[in-house]
Design a protein around this ligand. Structure first.
Ligand SMILES: OC[C@H]1O[C@H](O[C@H]2O[C@H](CO)[C@@H](O)[C@H](O)[C@H]2O)[C@H](O)[C@@H](O)[C@@H]1O
Ligand SMILES: [Ca+2]
Length: 824
């Protein structure tokens, strides 16, 4: 490994490290000494030799002992390999005389126990100047020195710092002041983040804990400075005015840091659980900007009086929140849904009985669930599946289970798994994953040996069978001629949840035609006061696009409701097989449907799957290109748009061995780019222009669900090496953006560029990018993809990721035998 710090420092006037380098240093002599003394890499800490940008130039050697790999193929259905949260070895801190974990969760690290103002032990650190530094007086009270990039007084520097082993801690006497100084000096573009694009000195002084803040050291480089900003922001949010901060916490190996943050913070920030006190907050929605959307509102199914009472009680408890509680009608029609677009609200979800442990009072509480993040602050359909996979891996099976409970409730009360639980989504679903999601949760909560898990599985499959029959295999979604299904929700008018100007380019000719404004035209059109058949056709397909989860892509524009997609039909094939297996094992091979009275066995469902497989092969498979295409049921022809969803056929297990081989040999080379699998090929998307702007589900963007399904699909067909290679690419893009851009984790990435892959301007920008100081939640399915992707990585690959070694140099550096395990 190249020592990037030594070489870069020697060429930098004034010893200031270039952007992206992450170092702590005192002066040159102590640097050298520090390097001489540096101990082997410890879990969780990133030495300066591992700095982020320098390493990519250096040759990569395969460290000994890094060859332990597992076959991820077996992991989806079997036992976990990753413990929920890695236990950290506690280190004894000699000077502070206490046990302490530098990587503990924020609540612990910044909680009252660690507060020098509340904890008598800690107070010792805020001691006045002592004789030991009498002749060595620091100007630490003069805060100007904190952002000075010049070393003014050698006497104030703590040259014992680099010699201290395992006890490198900073004392931040004034968190607010330090935050202000840090931002003033380093956040030169004033976006409250410290990134590689900021042009500050990239160095700041901080007091050392051993000297009680009298002596200081320099913190250098984007990564460490941005971690410092993040930690100070979190400390402040805990009400802390002073902190002791471990160096290990701000130079932590980025792979460890990101996975730790996801496991211990991001999931918690994304998790919701409705109770009497928080419903008004949970119900708030920033997507709709209408007068009727100002107050929080909850809609309750007509036959859930207990829930209605609960919410009325919540609204009465604090009238100032102005929570409105409404019953839904028995029949939910497109007309009704349109009628409440101006007064949108959250839709009630599943609740369980709850006994207050102190009062013994019986009440209700919602099952927990996790939201995607950003503007998406409700329970989504397919996001939930992807999120559940990550939660299960991180030992949060109660939240994953809660989401399945909500889907059972949604199918029972709203007739489908909703796009998301808001009133304006009542007519739409999303890609169906319930059977696999229930099976994954079932296995994690004890499987066959747990009667509660068996009950859960049976209830889930009752719901899934109802959904299969009444949503996906009924009009208008079913195409009776081919037996295949399309995304085709009912609905009226313009979807209200998009950003206000989303449809301007489409609708502006109509504003002109009717000499009116955007708002007035929308009202007239939605109410049927003007008839525009072309728009009706456009919005029919637009609703289908949104149901597909792929909103939006040129693949689907003006056509989606007529497409039997490979995505949906792969998922239904999986439903049919999962249902067959569960009927066989958990319903004694005889399933009496409580909804329609029919009786079926496993063979019946296997026959349905075989029929679908035959139809998919006939209508969708293209041997020449190695793609499964969508099928247009109107024009009765293949729609030859090359999409990443061709890999869903592998995930579902419907491709033959030959089809899988052709996929790997012909389709993957077209879809594989720097950062993994791209949403579609550039040639299918076609040229862009002002009139034909980019769409977020097209080239050059990459999405976590596409990666996750591709990895598993390829592994199922024994192309584990290809899965590992693609996973490395995706994790590289994520890690690089995380390191260079202040810990960012976003909804989607431009997977064709390595410098700022998080910068996506298509349609409604990028969720997860808009934070001040610290990213608190990441983005649901992207969080999962990191946790799941790491399962495919060897230690060698993890080390390369931590130093942001780009995929091609990394693959080129492998020995021939190693290359094989990357499918090369
Ligand atoms: O508000 C615009 C659209 O937003 C959603 O779509 C996008 O975010 C979802 C949540 O992460 C995701 O499931 C979907 O795949 C994304 O394209 C929403 O689902 C759409 O219905 C809505 O129109
Ligand atoms: Ca900045």
């Amino acid at each position: 490994m190249v020592d990037s710090r030594k070489s870069s420092l020697s060429t930098q006037p004034g010893g200031i490290a270039p952007k992206g380098h992450t170092t702590v240093e005192t002066d040159r002599s102590s640097q050298v000494e520090g390097l001489k003394h540096s101990s082997p890499i410890k879990r969780g800490s990133m030495t300066s030799q591992q700095s982020t940008s320098g390493a990519k130039d250096g040759p990569l050697t395969s460290p000994k002992g890094s060859s332990v790999r597992f076959n991820p193929k077996f992991l989806d259905n079997k036992t976990p390999t990753k413990p929920p949260v890695k236990p950290h070895r506690h280190r004894r801190l000699s000077s502070l005389n206490e046990f302490h974990d530098p990587f503990s969760a924020a609540e612990v690290y910044y909680g009252p126990q660690a507060d020098p103002n509340k904890n008598s032990k800690g107070k010792r650190l805020n001691r006045p100047r002592t004789m030991s530094v009498f002749d060595n007086v620091s100007n630490y009270k003069n805060t100007a020195h904190l952002h000075s990039q010049f070393i003014k007084r050698r006497g104030s520097e703590d040259d014992t710092y680099l010699r201290s082993q395992g006890n490198r801690r900073f004392f931040i006497e004034n968190v607010d002041q330090m935050l202000n100084d840090l931002l003033a000096s380093e956040d030169t573009d004033k976006n409250f983040q410290i990134t590689v694009e900021d042009t500050g000195p990239k160095v700041i002084k901080v007091g050392t804990a051993n000297s009680g803040g009298f002596k200081s050291v320099n913190i250098r480089g984007t990564y460490m400075l941005s971690n410092l900003l993040q930690e100070l922001t979190i400390a402040k949010s805990f009400g802390r005015r002073q902190i002791i901060l471990d160096e290990a916490r701000i130079n932590e190996n980025p792979v460890d840091r990101l996975s730790r943050l996801i496991s211990t913070q991001f999931w918690d920030h994304l998790t919701r659980r409705v109770d009497l006190g928080n419903i008004a907050k949970i119900a708030l929605d920033i997507k709709i900007n209408a007068p009727g959307a100002k107050n929080p509102r909850i809609y309750v199914p007509y036959n859930c009086p207990e829930q209605y009472e609960f919410y009325v009680q919540a609204s009465q408890m604090d009238p100032s929140l102005e929570l409105e509680v409404e019953y839904l009608p028995r029949e939910i029609t497109p007309e009704y849904v349109k009628s409440v677009n101006g007064v949108p609200g959250l839709l009630a979800l599943a609740m369980e009985q709850h006994i207050n442990p102190t009062t013994g009072e019986l009440s209700m509480i919602g099952y927990p669930y996790a939201v995607p993040g950003g503007r998406f602050n409700e329970l989504y359909g397919w996001d939930s599946y992807m999120i559940a996979l990550g939660l299960l891996e991180d030992g949060k099976s109660n939240v994953a289970r809660g989401m399945v409970e909500h889907f059972i409730f949604e199918i029972e009360h709203y007739g489908k798994i909703l796009n998301a639980n808001r009133s304006y989504y009542l007519c739409r679903s999303q890609p169906p994953f319930l059977t696999d999601m229930a099976l994954q949760v079932f296995r994690k909560i004890g499987g066959k040996s747990n009667p509660d898990a068996v009950d859960f599985l049976r209830r889930s499959f009752h719901a899934a069978i109802k959904e299969y029959k009444t949503v996906w295999m009924s009009p208008p979604r079913l195409d009776p001629e081919t037996g295949l299904s399309c995304y085709h929700p009912r609905g009226i008018g313009i979807p209200p949840e998009t950003e206000v100007d989303h449809f301007d380019s489409l609708l502006s000719p109509y504003y002109k035609k009717y000499h009116t404004t955007r708002e007035e035209f929308a009202r007239m059109y939605n109410n049927g006061e003007v008839r525009e058949p072309d728009l009706d056709e456009f919005f029919l397909h637009d609703r289908a696009v949104r149901e597909s989860g792929h909103d939006t892509t040129y693949r689907f524009e003006n056509i989606c409701a007529y497409l039997a997609t490979i995505d949906l039909n792969s998922l239904l094939f999986k439903y049919e097989n999962d249902i067959a297996n569960v009927i066989e094992e958990f319903f004694a091979n005889q399933y009496k449907d409580p909804h329609d009275g029919t009786v079926s066995n496993a063979q019946h469902w296997r026959d349905l799957a075989a029929k679908r497989k035959a139809a998919i092969t006939k209508y969708m498979w293209d041997d020449e290109t190695g793609f499964f295409f969508d099928y247009n049921i109107k024009s009765k022809s293949k729609h030859t748009y090359e999409s990443a969803t061709t890999l869903w056929a592998l995930w579902a297990g419907l491709a033959t061995k030959e089809q899988a081989k052709a996929t790997v040999e012909k389709a993957i080379p077209r879809l594989e780019v720097l950062g993994g699998i791209v949403a579609c090929t550039e040639r299918s998307r076609g040229p862009l222009s002002i009139k034909r702007p980019s769409r977020q589900w097209d080239y050059p963007y990459g999405w976590a669900p596409h990666q996750i399904l591709a990895w598993r699909g390829l592994s199922e067909y024994d192309y584990v090496g290809t899965a590992i290679r693609l996973a490395y690419r995706w994790l590289y893009i994520m890690t690089k953006a995380f390191v260079d851009y202040n810990g960012i984790v976003v909804e989607k990435y431009d997977v064709t560029k390595g410098n700022d892959p998080h910068r996506v301007t298509a349609e409604y920008g990028n969720q997860g990018a808009d934070f001040k100081g610290v990213a608190k939640e990441g983005f649901g399915w992207v969080n999962s993809s990191y946790i799941l992707g790491l399962k495919y990585m060897s230690n060698h690959a993890k080390r390369a990721l931590a130093t942001c070694v780009p995929p091609v140099p990394f693959f080129n550096s492998l020995r021939p035998t190693e290359k094989k395990s990357y499918g090369l």
